[in-house]
Structures are given as structure tokens and as C-alpha cells.
Design a protein around this ligand. Sequence first.
Ligand SMILES: CC(C)(COP(=O)(O)OP(=O)(O)OC[C@H]1O[C@@H](n2cnc3c(N)ncnc32)[C@H](O)[C@@H]1OP(=O)(O)O)[C@@H](O)C(=O)NCCC(=O)NCCS
Length: 169
Amino acid sequence: MGMTAVAATPQVRPVEREDRDRIHSIVVATGHFSQIEADTAMELVDASLAGGEASGYLTYVLETPPGTVHGYVCVGPTPLTEGTFDLYWVAVDPAAQGRGYGRRLVATAEEEVRRRNGRLVLIETSSQEIYRPTVGFYESAGYRLVARIPNFYRPGDDKLVFVRDLVPI
Ligand SMILES: CC(C)(COP(=O)(O)OP(=O)(O)OC[C@H]1O[C@@H](n2cnc3c(N)ncnc32)[C@H](O)[C@@H]1OP(=O)(O)O)[C@@H](O)C(=O)NCCC(=O)NCCS
């Protein structure tokens, strides 16, 4: 344990139906996502709950015993590629940010990608100021900016594409 006091060792596990409301609260609490974005985030969670891996979405939650979920990640194979995965969503409850939970969730997603012979992970994000800390988070996790599509989301709001090459194990 480092300088930060952490209540208990966090565990990362596949999402369960009981996690749905908590995940929704976390997505809303981040203050980062519009209603439509939050709905989209929940569609991916619902797809993985309903269809499991066959849905194309893998969702994991981080909890500290005795069962408080603090964040989640959603990743899946990119259609029509061999070994490329999209990291669709990662969010940590603002009350629990800065404890390494986001890092742990991304590391879990990458492990699961490797287990499925994945080699490349993509993350897309917006160039809005509010995402600047998120960009710092991706860079510190080993992702590099490889593309920018100007005015993608709306005029003045670019799409940024980050990638990480996974080292074979
Ligand atoms: C981005 C997010 C998932 C990070 O989760 P977190 O648990 O706070 O991050 P961690 O504590 O694991 O931090 C991991 C690393 O990122 C860095 N980091 C985290 N927040 C940062 C910030 N605001 N500015 C710069 N770096 C930051 C940390 O310094 C740490 O780096 P280090 O290990 O080299 O010290 C979380 O802030 C979040 O949910 N944000 C809102 C939602 C969002 O933007 N999601 C992504 C778009 S889908």
C-alpha cells in the first residue's frame, strides 16, 4: 500500500445484473456524460449482461469488500479486425478517483484482451477541455495519440484516437 490509505484491496470481476444501477449512478456522477452518452454507456452494459461475451462487449467492475462498486470498464473486439479491441468506456466514482482504480480497470481490460489474442487497444475521446485529465490518464497508462479528426463530435470538438500496442506474453 502506498501513501494513499485504501480501505480494502480492490477486486475486479465481471459485471452482474445487480451492478447495473450502481454503474448508472457512477456514469452520471462523473458529470462527464450527457444523458444520451449515459444511455449509450448503459446500452453496452445491458448488452454484456444479456448476451455475455457473444454481445461483443466485456464489462468488469471494481469493488472493495464488502461489495461497494467504485468503477467499471467496458471493452470489446473491434468488428472486422484481427486482434484489435476498443476500450469503449471507463469510469470511476468521483469520490473514489485518484486511488489507482481507473488504472486497475484498464489493466484488467488489457489482460482480458491479451487472453483473447488481442494486440491493439483503441480509445476514442473528445478534445473538449473537460477530457484533459482523462487524456493525462490514458497517456500515463501507456496510450499514445495517433489520430485527430477535426470537428468530429461537433464544430470545434475533435475526436482523438489513442492506441496501445500490447506486448505479447
Ligand atoms: C479517467 C478516470 C477513469 C481515471 O480514474 P482514476 O481512478 O481517478 O485514475 P487512477 O487513480 O487510476 O490514476 C491513474 C493514473 O492516471 C493519472 N491521472 C488520473 N487523473 C488524472 C488527472 N486529472 N490529470 C492527470 N493525470 C491523471 C494518475 O496520476 C495516475 O498516474 P500515475 O499512476 O502515473 O500516478 C476517472 O477520472 C473518470 O471516471 N473520469 C470521468 C469519466 C471519463 O472521463 N472516462 C473516460 C472516457 S470514457
